[in-house]
Every structure is written in structure tokens, then in C-alpha cells.
Design a protein around this ligand. Structure first.
Ligand code: ADP
Ligand code: MG
Length: 267
């Protein structure tokens, strides 16, 4: 069973060296937790250390913005794109728009959801084939949950993940869901692995911690491990633990302050 190292310092040793090849892994966490950075680092390391081409699918940010943000970590994604080792693809906003409109006009129905998913999947697969990608990063799943009907959402997510599994890529998908109420989302059940990035405060100090919620076929770490975000990307401390109570997890105050922080930090 081949392992796909993420290349993120300190992380791979928590999961026996890496993801199992061709698995679909979910990366969950609130805004500012570091999901996009984690994914970009996974692709960047894949290309530069393991010679595995990668595709970055973005539903929210533009490719230009991603390239600019990641440049801050010293990752020249533009060059990798020019060398056909990387594709950054904005998932089709027109199909997305059509889906929203359809749902608004005729109420929720599976047909509308399926056609959008098909368009997006075709777009992703074309990019994967173009450069022979081995790694895929999709940011984020939350954008596919626009139907007001929960049955429709579950069906869409199921369709999406089942199709992605056939793409012959080791895939990381982000989602902003959190399971802290004990309710697991459909994607958490479907994915082979679930990684959670948590940001909370202990005595006024911001603490970041990573937790492997599941990783099928892997004897994985079960402790909350601290991680930091630096100029060189994410670093995990695989032998340290986060001591103390998880105070104010995902507090509104924290997220509000992060919102403004993100804007100013982009410059
Ligand atoms: N060079 C850096 N040093 C420290 N923290 C950074 C650096 N660059 C980005 N960050 C942190 O990363 C956060 C954004 O990470 P991002 O991957 O976009 O999160 P998410 O995708 O989960 O919303 C910022 O809010 C900032 O706190
Ligand atoms: Mg993000």
C-alpha cells in the first residue's frame, strides 16, 4: 500500500508516513485555520519533493489571489503552473450561478444539483488528465452545499466524492463543517480520512491544534498536536500536546478578529 507524504513538517509521522494512495481526505476547520495553506503546501511539496503534479480547484478565491497569498510562503505557484506541474482551476461560476437560479425558481430538485456537479467534475477531471496529476486539492466542499434541501445536499456530496474517488489522485478536500455538536456530516462519513484544524484561546493566547479524527487503514495519532503558521508554511509539533482546557473553541470574537486580520495581512 503506497503512502503519499504530505511533506508538511511533523504531520506525516502522525499518519504512518502519509495518506494512502488515491484516498479522499477531508480537511475541516474554521476560517483562518490554515486549510488553504495546508492544501497548497501539500501540492507544492508533492511537486517539488515527490515529482507528483497537482491540481488546485478553487471555488472561492481567484487563482491570482491564491498565487499571491502563497508567494508569501516562498512558493512560486505561477512558475509551477507554467511548467505544467500545477493547475489552479476556478470551478465554473456560471454553472454555479445557473444552479442557484434553478433552485430558486423551481425549488430543490436533484436534477439541477446533478448537472452542476457533472460540469464541475468534468472540469476537474480534464485538468487532472492534462498534466497527469497525482494530487488533487479542492477548496472547498462548502460551496457545493447551496441547496436549501438537506437531502439534495447529501446526494450532491455523495455524487461528488464517489466520482472523485475514481480520478486516480490522492485528494484533499476542505470543508468548514465542525463536528463539535456530535453531528457528523455526510462527507465525514464518506472520506477515508478526516483531519481537523482547530484554533482556540487559552488565557488570551491563540493556540492552533491539529487532530486526526479518522484515517482508515492507518494507525494514527489521537492527540491534539500544536501547529504553527509561519513564513514557510505549516509546521506540526508531532510529539507535543496541547495542554489545558479548550476554552472558547471557534469563538465569534476570534473569528471576527481573524476576518480583519486576514485582510490586512494580504498586503
Ligand atoms: N507568514 C505567516 N505567519 C504567520 N501566520 C500566517 C502567515 N501567513 C498566513 N498566516 C495565517 O494564516 C491564516 C490564513 O490561512 P488560510 O490557509 O487562508 O486559512 P483558511 O483557508 O482555513 O481560511 C491567516 O489568518 C494568518 O493568521
Ligand atoms: Mg481558505
Amino acid at each position: 500500500m503506497a503512502r503519499i507524504p504530505t511533506g508538511i513538517p511533523g504531520f506525516d509521522e502522525l499518519i504512518e508516513g502519509g495518506f494512502i494512495e488515491n484516498d479522499v481526505i477531508l480537511l475541516i476547520g474554521g476560517p483562518g485555520a490554515g486549510k488553504s495553506t495546508f492544501g497548497a503546501q501539500y501540492l507544492y511539496e508533492g511537486i517539488t519533493s515527490y515529482y507528483e503534479p497537482g491540481v488546485y480547484i478553487t471555488f472561492e478565491e481567484t487563482p491570482a489571489r491564491i498565487m499571491r497569498n502563497m508567494w508569501r510562503h516562498g512558493w512560486d505557484l505561477e512558475r509551477l503552473t507554467k511548467e505544467d506541474k500545477l493547475r489552479i482551476v476556478r470551478a465554473d461560476p456560471i454553472a454555479y450561478e445557473r444552479y442557484v437560479t434553478k433552485n430558486r425558481d423551481s425549488g430543490p430538485n436533484n436534477e439541477a444539483g446533478t448537472s452542476t456537479i457533472e460540469t464541475v467534475l468534468r472540469q476537474i477531471y480534464a485538468s487532472v488528465q492534462e498534466i497527469g496529476a497525482r494530487r488533487l486539492f479542492i477548496d472547498s466542499m462548502t460551496s457545493l452545499k447551496i441547496s436549501p434541501d438537506p437531502v439534495n445536499v447529501r446526494y450532491t456530496i455523495l455524487e461528488f466524492i464517489k466520482n472523485i474517488e475514481g480520478f486516480d489522485c490522492t485528494t484533499l478536500i476542505t470543508s468548514e463543517v465542525s463536528n463539535d455538536q456530535g453531528h457528523f456530516s455526510v462527507e465525514e462519513y464518506l472520506a477515508e480520512g478526516v483531519i481537523c484544524l482547530k484554533v482556540f484561546r487559552i488565557g488570551g493566547e491563540r493556540i492552533r491544534a491539529i487532530e486526526i479524527l479518522k484515517m482508515r487503514g492507518t494507525k494514527h495519532d489521537e492527540v491534539l498536536r500544536p501547529y504553527v503558521m509561519t513564513d514557510n508554511g505549516i509546521f506540526v509539533y508531532p510529539t507535543q500536546s496541547v495542554i489545558g482546557k479548550e476554552a472558547d473553541v471557534f469563538s465569534t470574537e476570534l473569528f471576527n478578529s481573524r476576518g480583519t486580520l486576514d485582510e490586512t495581512e494580504l498586503r
